[in-house]
Ligand binder design. Sequence first.
Ligand code: ADE
Length: 246
Amino acid sequence: MKIEVVTVLPDLFKSFVHLGVVGRAIQSGKLDFDIVNLRDYAHDAHRTTDDYAYGTGIGMVMKPEPIFEMFDDYLSKHPHPWVVYPSPQGERFDQKKAFDLSKRKDVMFICGRYEGVDERVMTIVDEEISIGDFVLSGGETAVMIFVEAIARMIPGVVGKYESVENDSFYNGLLDYGHYTRPFEYRGMTVPEVLRSGDHAKIGKYLLKDALYRTMLKRPDLFLEHELTIEEKAALLELFKEMQKGC
Ligand code: ADE
């Protein structure tokens, strides 16, 4: 898949594109990632991309011309991308949205700064997405969150795809607890079942742990979740164990 980030702060992405899962996705060619410097489309020597707000004069607004001209230029060379404007006014980002975006061929994120973009830019935007009910000074950090979540969903990017399938939220439940060596640390031990080698037993234990954590930590998610037959059976077993106090 292809992602373009349109920004006036390209340097913010300098290490982002080289490190971690996103860096690996780019290096392996599974993610074609481009940073577009909006200032390249400015009209003056100062490469101005913002101006005073009409009406109130409060704050600065990103000018429409560089954005529209950047978009025309892009369309003259590429098929139409899916255009996302990161904004606190958008729909809340979640795992499903990351999954849906990862299925698109080409996604362009247009980062606003200051008070945001001139409202006329919204005519080229397909979707506004928010990372939460708070205001950032620009869309760039939100885009890093979007891209990080999307990249791990591109097949082949994360070593074992099962580790993506087991991520929190993937199946509507939180992830189970993870352990590594040593088996005992400061008197705390790893649950014995995880060393049993019995994969059916381990699978059931992990499912019960995921159900338990979701009930406890995110009851809102749990109440929304439609239980599968397997999950119902695991939940029954969990309740019985809780009754017995183990
Ligand atoms: N830009 C500014 N605030 C934002 C938010 N909460 N989510 C996404 N983009 C933003």
